[in-house]
Design a protein around this ligand. Structure first.
Ligand code: ZN
Ligand code: ZN
Length: 294
Protein backbone atom coordinates (compact mmCIF):
# COMPACT_ATOMS: atom_id res chain seq x y z
CA UNK A 1 0.00 0.00 0.00
CA UNK A 2 2.78 2.41 1.07
CA UNK A 3 4.88 1.29 -1.92
CA UNK A 4 1.95 2.02 -4.28
CA UNK A 5 1.44 5.45 -2.70
CA UNK A 6 5.14 6.18 -3.01
CA UNK A 7 5.09 5.10 -6.65
CA UNK A 8 2.06 7.35 -7.23
CA UNK A 9 3.78 10.37 -5.61
CA UNK A 10 7.05 9.82 -7.47
CA UNK A 11 5.18 9.54 -10.78
CA UNK A 12 3.15 12.69 -9.97
CA UNK A 13 6.28 14.69 -9.17
CA UNK A 14 8.11 13.41 -12.24
CA UNK A 15 5.13 14.32 -14.49
CA UNK A 16 4.99 17.80 -12.94
CA UNK A 17 8.69 18.46 -13.54
CA UNK A 18 8.56 17.15 -17.13
CA UNK A 19 5.45 19.24 -17.87
CA UNK A 20 6.97 22.41 -16.35
CA UNK A 21 10.09 21.97 -18.50
CA UNK A 22 7.88 21.18 -21.51
CA UNK A 23 6.19 24.58 -21.22
CA UNK A 24 9.38 26.60 -21.75
CA UNK A 25 9.81 26.12 -25.50
CA UNK A 26 6.10 26.47 -26.40
CA UNK A 27 5.94 29.63 -24.25
CA UNK A 28 8.90 31.10 -26.12
CA UNK A 29 7.47 30.01 -29.50
CA UNK A 30 4.05 31.54 -28.87
CA UNK A 31 5.60 34.71 -27.41
CA UNK A 32 7.66 35.28 -30.57
CA UNK A 33 4.72 34.36 -32.81
CA UNK A 34 2.46 36.73 -30.87
CA UNK A 35 5.03 39.48 -31.20
CA UNK A 36 5.25 38.96 -34.97
CA UNK A 37 1.46 38.88 -35.46
CA UNK A 38 0.22 41.38 -32.85
CA UNK A 39 3.20 43.66 -32.22
CA UNK A 40 2.12 46.40 -29.77
CA UNK A 41 -1.22 44.74 -29.01
CA UNK A 42 0.55 41.72 -27.52
CA UNK A 43 1.28 43.23 -24.06
CA UNK A 44 -2.39 44.18 -23.53
CA UNK A 45 -3.61 40.76 -24.75
CA UNK A 46 -1.21 38.95 -22.38
CA UNK A 47 -2.40 41.12 -19.46
CA UNK A 48 -6.05 40.30 -20.25
CA UNK A 49 -5.36 36.57 -20.61
CA UNK A 50 -3.14 36.15 -17.52
CA UNK A 51 -5.90 35.12 -15.09
CA UNK A 52 -7.42 32.50 -17.42
CA UNK A 53 -3.97 31.22 -18.45
CA UNK A 54 -2.95 30.84 -14.83
CA UNK A 55 -6.16 28.86 -14.19
CA UNK A 56 -5.30 26.63 -17.17
CA UNK A 57 -1.91 25.88 -15.64
CA UNK A 58 -3.46 25.18 -12.23
CA UNK A 59 -5.76 22.61 -13.86
CA UNK A 60 -2.76 21.16 -15.70
CA UNK A 61 -0.88 20.74 -12.39
CA UNK A 62 -3.93 19.22 -10.69
CA UNK A 63 -4.38 16.69 -13.50
CA UNK A 64 -0.67 15.84 -13.54
CA UNK A 65 -0.57 15.14 -9.81
CA UNK A 66 -3.88 13.36 -9.33
CA UNK A 67 -5.11 12.09 -12.71
CA UNK A 68 -2.16 11.29 -15.00
CA UNK A 69 -0.62 8.60 -12.70
CA UNK A 70 -4.00 6.85 -12.54
CA UNK A 71 -4.38 7.11 -16.31
CA UNK A 72 -0.87 5.66 -16.79
CA UNK A 73 -1.78 2.66 -14.63
CA UNK A 74 -5.16 2.25 -16.35
CA UNK A 75 -3.46 2.46 -19.77
CA UNK A 76 -1.15 -0.40 -18.88
CA UNK A 77 -4.08 -2.45 -17.58
CA UNK A 78 -6.06 -1.71 -20.77
CA UNK A 79 -3.13 -2.82 -22.99
CA UNK A 80 -2.62 -5.99 -20.90
CA UNK A 81 -6.34 -6.81 -21.06
CA UNK A 82 -6.39 -6.32 -24.83
CA UNK A 83 -3.29 -8.52 -25.29
CA UNK A 84 -4.61 -11.24 -22.98
CA UNK A 85 -7.96 -11.44 -24.80
CA UNK A 86 -6.66 -10.88 -28.33
CA UNK A 87 -8.71 -7.69 -28.73
CA UNK A 88 -6.75 -6.38 -31.72
CA UNK A 89 -8.36 -5.80 -35.10
CA UNK A 90 -5.19 -5.15 -37.13
CA UNK A 91 -2.21 -7.53 -36.59
CA UNK A 92 1.21 -6.02 -35.86
CA UNK A 93 2.56 -7.58 -39.07
CA UNK A 94 0.24 -5.37 -41.16
CA UNK A 95 1.69 -2.20 -39.60
CA UNK A 96 5.24 -3.61 -39.90
CA UNK A 97 4.84 -3.85 -43.69
CA UNK A 98 4.07 -0.12 -43.95
CA UNK A 99 6.56 2.77 -44.00
CA UNK A 100 6.88 4.30 -40.49
CA UNK A 101 5.70 7.71 -41.83
CA UNK A 102 2.54 6.08 -43.22
CA UNK A 103 1.93 4.35 -39.87
CA UNK A 104 2.27 7.71 -38.07
CA UNK A 105 -0.13 9.34 -40.56
CA UNK A 106 -2.62 6.49 -40.02
CA UNK A 107 -2.32 6.87 -36.23
CA UNK A 108 -2.99 10.62 -36.35
CA UNK A 109 -5.85 10.20 -38.85
CA UNK A 110 -7.49 7.41 -36.82
CA UNK A 111 -6.76 9.37 -33.63
CA UNK A 112 -8.44 12.49 -34.98
CA UNK A 113 -11.44 10.55 -36.33
CA UNK A 114 -11.90 8.94 -32.90
CA UNK A 115 -11.44 12.28 -31.15
CA UNK A 116 -14.00 13.91 -33.47
CA UNK A 117 -16.74 11.50 -32.32
CA UNK A 118 -15.54 11.48 -28.71
CA UNK A 119 -15.67 15.28 -28.73
CA UNK A 120 -19.25 15.15 -30.08
CA UNK A 121 -20.08 12.84 -27.16
CA UNK A 122 -18.59 15.40 -24.77
CA UNK A 123 -21.13 17.91 -26.05
CA UNK A 124 -24.07 15.74 -24.93
CA UNK A 125 -25.93 16.15 -21.64
CA UNK A 126 -23.95 13.62 -19.58
CA UNK A 127 -20.43 14.76 -20.43
CA UNK A 128 -21.05 18.46 -21.14
CA UNK A 129 -20.70 19.66 -17.48
CA UNK A 130 -17.12 18.32 -17.38
CA UNK A 131 -16.31 19.48 -20.92
CA UNK A 132 -17.79 22.96 -20.21
CA UNK A 133 -14.68 23.62 -18.12
CA UNK A 134 -12.57 23.52 -21.30
CA UNK A 135 -15.00 25.96 -22.93
CA UNK A 136 -15.12 28.36 -19.99
CA UNK A 137 -11.87 30.15 -20.93
CA UNK A 138 -12.99 33.61 -22.09
CA UNK A 139 -9.49 34.75 -23.16
CA UNK A 140 -8.41 31.58 -24.95
CA UNK A 141 -4.66 31.17 -25.47
CA UNK A 142 -2.41 28.22 -26.33
CA UNK A 143 -2.54 27.23 -22.64
CA UNK A 144 -6.24 26.28 -23.00
CA UNK A 145 -5.06 22.85 -24.21
CA UNK A 146 -4.40 22.16 -20.50
CA UNK A 147 -7.83 23.28 -19.27
CA UNK A 148 -9.67 20.01 -18.78
CA UNK A 149 -11.71 18.65 -15.91
CA UNK A 150 -10.40 15.30 -14.55
CA UNK A 151 -13.60 13.59 -15.79
CA UNK A 152 -12.92 14.99 -19.27
CA UNK A 153 -9.28 13.84 -19.07
CA UNK A 154 -10.47 10.30 -18.23
CA UNK A 155 -13.19 10.14 -20.94
CA UNK A 156 -10.66 11.38 -23.50
CA UNK A 157 -8.07 8.82 -22.45
CA UNK A 158 -10.35 5.77 -22.28
CA UNK A 159 -12.09 6.37 -25.60
CA UNK A 160 -9.01 7.42 -27.58
CA UNK A 161 -6.69 4.79 -26.08
CA UNK A 162 -9.23 1.98 -26.50
CA UNK A 163 -9.50 2.63 -30.24
CA UNK A 164 -5.73 2.94 -30.74
CA UNK A 165 -5.13 -0.31 -28.80
CA UNK A 166 -7.93 -2.03 -30.74
CA UNK A 167 -6.25 -0.95 -33.98
CA UNK A 168 -3.03 -2.59 -32.79
CA UNK A 169 -0.94 0.48 -33.64
CA UNK A 170 2.75 0.19 -32.66
CA UNK A 171 3.90 2.23 -29.61
CA UNK A 172 5.97 4.71 -31.69
CA UNK A 173 2.84 5.65 -33.70
CA UNK A 174 0.73 6.00 -30.55
CA UNK A 175 3.35 8.34 -29.06
CA UNK A 176 3.59 10.30 -32.33
CA UNK A 177 -0.19 10.67 -32.40
CA UNK A 178 -0.14 12.02 -28.83
CA UNK A 179 2.64 14.52 -29.59
CA UNK A 180 1.05 15.76 -32.84
CA UNK A 181 -2.38 16.14 -31.25
CA UNK A 182 -0.97 17.80 -28.13
CA UNK A 183 1.26 20.37 -29.82
CA UNK A 184 -1.07 21.01 -32.76
CA UNK A 185 -3.86 21.25 -30.17
CA UNK A 186 -1.88 24.03 -28.42
CA UNK A 187 -1.44 25.80 -31.73
CA UNK A 188 -5.15 25.87 -32.64
CA UNK A 189 -6.00 27.29 -29.20
CA UNK A 190 -3.58 30.20 -29.72
CA UNK A 191 -5.11 33.62 -30.28
CA UNK A 192 -4.37 33.76 -34.02
CA UNK A 193 -6.80 34.96 -36.72
CA UNK A 194 -5.61 32.47 -39.35
CA UNK A 195 -8.19 30.52 -41.34
CA UNK A 196 -5.56 28.91 -43.70
CA UNK A 197 -7.60 29.87 -46.81
CA UNK A 198 -8.11 26.80 -49.09
CA UNK A 199 -5.92 24.67 -46.76
CA UNK A 200 -8.61 25.12 -44.13
CA UNK A 201 -10.65 22.61 -46.14
CA UNK A 202 -8.17 19.94 -44.99
CA UNK A 203 -6.64 21.15 -41.72
CA UNK A 204 -8.14 22.69 -38.60
CA UNK A 205 -6.99 26.31 -38.29
CA UNK A 206 -6.74 28.44 -35.11
CA UNK A 207 -9.74 30.47 -36.39
CA UNK A 208 -11.76 27.28 -36.87
CA UNK A 209 -11.18 26.09 -33.31
CA UNK A 210 -11.83 29.60 -31.95
CA UNK A 211 -15.31 29.34 -33.47
CA UNK A 212 -15.72 26.06 -31.55
CA UNK A 213 -15.18 28.07 -28.33
CA UNK A 214 -17.44 30.92 -29.43
CA UNK A 215 -20.31 32.22 -27.29
CA UNK A 216 -22.14 32.84 -30.60
CA UNK A 217 -24.97 30.28 -30.84
CA UNK A 218 -24.46 29.90 -34.60
CA UNK A 219 -21.15 28.16 -33.79
CA UNK A 220 -22.47 25.80 -31.12
CA UNK A 221 -21.63 22.14 -31.84
CA UNK A 222 -19.39 22.96 -34.76
CA UNK A 223 -15.72 22.24 -35.50
CA UNK A 224 -15.05 19.17 -33.33
CA UNK A 225 -11.83 17.97 -35.00
CA UNK A 226 -8.32 18.89 -33.84
CA UNK A 227 -6.10 18.21 -36.87
CA UNK A 228 -8.21 17.38 -39.96
CA UNK A 229 -11.15 19.65 -40.79
CA UNK A 230 -12.25 17.02 -43.34
CA UNK A 231 -14.18 15.24 -40.58
CA UNK A 232 -16.26 18.32 -39.77
CA UNK A 233 -16.86 18.88 -43.47
CA UNK A 234 -17.86 15.23 -44.01
CA UNK A 235 -20.28 15.16 -41.06
CA UNK A 236 -21.83 18.61 -41.50
CA UNK A 237 -20.30 20.38 -38.50
CA UNK A 238 -17.87 22.72 -40.26
CA UNK A 239 -18.38 26.45 -39.55
CA UNK A 240 -15.74 29.05 -40.37
CA UNK A 241 -17.29 32.29 -41.69
CA UNK A 242 -13.90 34.07 -41.20
CA UNK A 243 -11.63 34.93 -38.27
CA UNK A 244 -13.51 34.89 -34.95
CA UNK A 245 -13.77 38.29 -33.27
CA UNK A 246 -16.69 37.95 -30.82
CA UNK A 247 -17.01 36.66 -27.27
CA UNK A 248 -15.73 33.26 -26.15
CA UNK A 249 -16.95 31.04 -23.33
CA UNK A 250 -20.00 29.20 -22.09
CA UNK A 251 -23.43 30.45 -21.14
CA UNK A 252 -23.43 28.53 -17.85
CA UNK A 253 -21.52 30.62 -15.34
CA UNK A 254 -18.46 28.79 -13.94
CA UNK A 255 -16.33 31.02 -11.70
CA UNK A 256 -12.68 31.28 -12.84
CA UNK A 257 -11.26 29.58 -9.75
CA UNK A 258 -9.77 26.09 -9.47
CA UNK A 259 -12.36 24.99 -6.92
CA UNK A 260 -15.32 26.15 -9.03
CA UNK A 261 -13.91 24.56 -12.17
CA UNK A 262 -13.36 21.25 -10.38
CA UNK A 263 -16.68 21.14 -8.52
CA UNK A 264 -18.97 22.38 -11.32
CA UNK A 265 -19.35 18.92 -12.91
CA UNK A 266 -20.01 17.39 -9.49
CA UNK A 267 -23.12 19.48 -8.78
CA UNK A 268 -26.58 18.22 -9.83
CA UNK A 269 -27.46 21.68 -11.18
CA UNK A 270 -24.82 21.30 -13.92
CA UNK A 271 -26.71 18.28 -15.28
CA UNK A 272 -30.04 20.09 -15.20
CA UNK A 273 -28.62 22.74 -17.48
CA UNK A 274 -28.75 21.85 -21.13
CA UNK A 275 -25.73 21.56 -23.40
CA UNK A 276 -25.54 24.16 -26.16
CA UNK A 277 -27.08 22.01 -28.89
CA UNK A 278 -30.21 21.48 -26.79
CA UNK A 279 -30.29 25.15 -25.76
CA UNK A 280 -30.49 26.13 -29.38
CA UNK A 281 -33.67 24.14 -29.98
CA UNK A 282 -35.10 23.85 -26.48
CA UNK A 283 -37.29 26.05 -24.34
CA UNK A 284 -34.34 27.36 -22.32
CA UNK A 285 -32.88 29.24 -25.28
CA UNK A 286 -34.16 32.69 -24.32
CA UNK A 287 -33.22 32.21 -20.68
CA UNK A 288 -29.72 31.10 -21.70
CA UNK A 289 -29.32 34.14 -23.89
CA UNK A 290 -30.07 36.35 -20.90
CA UNK A 291 -27.01 34.98 -19.07
CA UNK A 292 -23.82 36.66 -20.26
CA UNK A 293 -21.10 34.29 -21.44
CA UNK A 294 -18.41 33.70 -18.81
ZN1 ZN B 1 -15.90 21.18 -27.21
ZN1 ZN C 1 -10.62 23.65 -27.42
Amino acid sequence: MIATLQEFLVQSLASLIIAAKGLVWPALFFLLLGLAVKRRRLAGDIRRALREASLNLQLMAFNLVFVVPLIAMAGQALANFSAAHGLVLVPASAWDRMHPAAVIFAAVFIGDFTAYWRHRLEHTRLLWPAHAVHHSDTQMTWTAIERFHPINRCSTFFIDASVLILMGLPPFAVVANYLVRHYYGSFIHADLPWTYGPLGRIFVSPAMHRWHHSADERAFDKNFATVFSVFDRAFGTHYVPGPHEGRLGVHDPIAPTLTSQLTYALTPRAYRRTPPEINREGSETEASRAVPAE
